[in-house]
Design a protein around this ligand. Structure first.
Ligand code: NAD
Length: 462
């Protein structure tokens, strides 16, 4: 795998400040596939300076021109889709077909949506005797996780660029090669020097330096709640804008009138895809007592089918973490119906698709984000009970409701404390705002709501 040994700053690949590197490991076979530079505060400073210098020019670029640059970026990503999908598979481990369709397909759609939005968005409006301008916030520090490495980057960089902001990206240490591919695409698309900059490195070093840099006006972070809390505090102390996309523990609520088999099968597929490493995954399935055993059986069958198809989790630490959550679940009284903590293959960071039944709301596996292929099935007695359980975590990122009538599902969904709900299997919409209630985050990504995160208003009175 070809890796750059420098940082992408001010339109070129520059040597890093130190010779330290990070090894990139293929989680399917545990082999080191590349090394990337481990950036320091010095690299971050150079990147922020480049972004600051480029900001006035990019902010003044007419939106139609910014739109054309984003369309060019979308086209380069499309032309390089196979190569990027292979990179995602090599460093994250997701099956190649999933990398092509979702890991790369989705961000191409998102990049396209911002090319369109930049061209059509009302950056100026009349309100009574005022003209209100939507102006870019400034320099954005983007910090992204590894689970959807290209999507998480595009979901921040595309709206930021559409708004007229410039960006410094610090991607996750497990998936820096996808970020380097993205930087190559930015370069090939002819986006002006300094508008997008990349610094690879460790979170507590390069990430921390970026989040606390005084030349950064907005920090957009996706990752764990623990780190998000810290970044929010740093940004708050500096009176800096911050957007946080954090964890989830979403509920898949199957009401008694629903098509049970469909709801269970789609629910299991949702949890197992990307080896359970999806922050919005419906990791708690809520089933009425009268249908409980039938649902458990259906889920066990559906999960077992993923045994051979599922990819590894991202690294050894994550594998260990997921296995220990399964053990904790069993120790706290959950019934293991398929899968388990044993390592299923000799090589690679694999975890067996696992279903835990008889999970009760206070158990660790019903409260904490596992981020692995583990489904917890909970029993409810009536609708109020289901609502209480569904809303009974610190998170509120996503969820699903199934019912015989759409109106019944909608009525229930309106009472959920969560940012997104799929009704009877409604498909993901890359234009709909994505983000959390409660400790799942602050702010929204995607579509016009995602764009407005990178804008601030200026009102002129006449
Ligand atoms: P993480 O929080 O450890 O890391 C995320 C990013 O933050 C990485 O780039 C990392 O290098 C950086 N980072 C780490 N410590 C930092 C610090 N002190 N200062 C600045 N940056 C720092 O999370 P992860 O392990 O990479 O990802 C898994 C977690 O992310 C899961 O808990 C998952 O729920 C969450 N996640 C949430 C969403 C969402 O949209 N809500 C999406 C994906 C992942």
């Amino acid at each position: 795998m070809k890796a750059h040994d420098g940082m992408y700053i001010d339109g070129e690949w520059r040597p890093a400040a130190t010779a330290d590197t990070i090894a990139v490991v293929n989680p399917a076979d545990e082999q080191v596939i590349a090394h990337v530079p481990a950036g320091t505060a010095e690299d971050v400073d150079a990147a922020v300076r480049a972004a600051r210098t480029a900001f006035p020019g990019w902010a003044a670029t007419p939106p139609a021109e910014r739109a054309a640059h984003l369309a060019a970026l979308r086209d380069v990503l499309t032309a390089r889709a196979d190569e990027i999908a292979e990179t995602v598979t090599a460093e994250l481990g997701s099956p190649l077909s999933f990398s092509q369709k979702v890991q790369v397909g989705l961000p191409i759609a998102v990049a396209g949506s911002y090319a369109e939005l930049a061209a059509t968005y009302a950056f100026e409006e009349k309100v009574g005797n005022s003209t209100v301008y939507q102006e870019p916030v400034g320099v954005v520090g983007a910090i992204t996780p590894w689970n959807y490495p290209l999507h998480q980057i595009v979901a921040k960089v595309a709206p930021a660029l559409a708004a007229g902001c410039t960006v410094v990206l610090k991607p996750a240490e497990d998936t820096p090669l996808t970020a380097q591919s993205f930087a190559e695409a930015v370069d090939e698309a002819g986006i002006p020097a300094g508008v997008f900059n990349l610094v690879t490195g460790l979170g507590p070093v390069a990430g921390q330096a970026l989040a606390s840099h005084e030349g950064v006006d907005l920090v957009s972070f996706t990752g764990s709640t623990a780190v998000g809390r810290q970044i929010g505090a740093t940004a708050g102390a500096a009176v800096k804008r911050v957007a946080l996309e954090l964890g989830g523990k979403s509920a898949n609520v199957i009401l008694p009138s629903a098509d049970l088999a469909k709801a269970v099968n789609v629910g299991v597929a949702n949890v197992m895809s990307n080896s359970g490493q999806t922050c919005s995954a419906w990791t708690r399935m809520l089933v009425h007592a009268s249908q409980y055993e039938e649902a458990v059986e259906l889920a066990a069958d559906a999960a077992a089918k993923y045994g051979e198809r599922i990819g590894p989790v991202v690294n050894a630490k994550q594998q260990q973490r997921v296995r220990s959550y399964i053990e904790t679940g069993v120790a706290e009284g959950a019934r293991l119906v398929t899968g388990g903590p044993e390592v299923p293959r000799e090589q690679g960071y694999f975890v067996s698709p696992t279903v835990l039944a008889d999970v009760t709301p206070e158990m660790t596996v019903a409260q904490e984000e596992i981020f692995g292929p583990v489904l917890a099935i909970l029993r409810y007695e009536d609708e109020e009970d289901a609502l209480r359980i569904a809303n009974g975590t610190v998170y509120g990122l996503a969820g699903a409701v199934w019912a015989g009538e759409e109106s019944e599902a909608v009525a229930f969904a309106r009472r959920l404390d969560t940012g997104q709900v799929n009704i009877n299997g409604g498909r993901f919409n890359p234009l709909a705002p994505f983000g959390g209630y409660k400790q799942s985050g602050v702010g929204r990504e995607l579509g016009s709501h995602g764009l407005s995160e990178y804008l601030q208003t200026k009102s002129l009175q006449f």
